[in-house]
Design a protein. Sequence first.
Length: 139
Amino acid sequence: MVRRLVKLLLKTVSARGWIIAWVFWVIVLCVLSSLPQNKVHLPAFPNSDKVAHFLYFAAGGGLFAAFLRGLGSPVWQTFLLALLAMAIVGAADEWHQIYTPGRSGADIGDWTADVSGAFLGILLTLFIFRNSGKPKIEN
């Protein structure tokens, strides 16, 4: 069931669709990063913010990798460009939080969680594309 759903998604979503989804992801990131700390409600367990960063950036990394594969980028290029892009977005997010009331920003732990999550999201996306029988998405 899941495999069929993934194949259908890969066949119907164009590179344009993936980049639109990624831009939406970036906009949501900006909104979330602009919230003061007292407005952010995370589960009450240690390092829950790092888990949130990891998971959110896994999704963003996957979307950006899907976009690049949709353009026909080779796997190695997709991996490197997506990881670099997500590392830059993560650094920009931390820089932005320096100027957000109630946020510390410039947290190397958050950035590490961002890049680690993106790494996993990119790898999972490349694995899914590889196993879908479709090396790239048609435009």
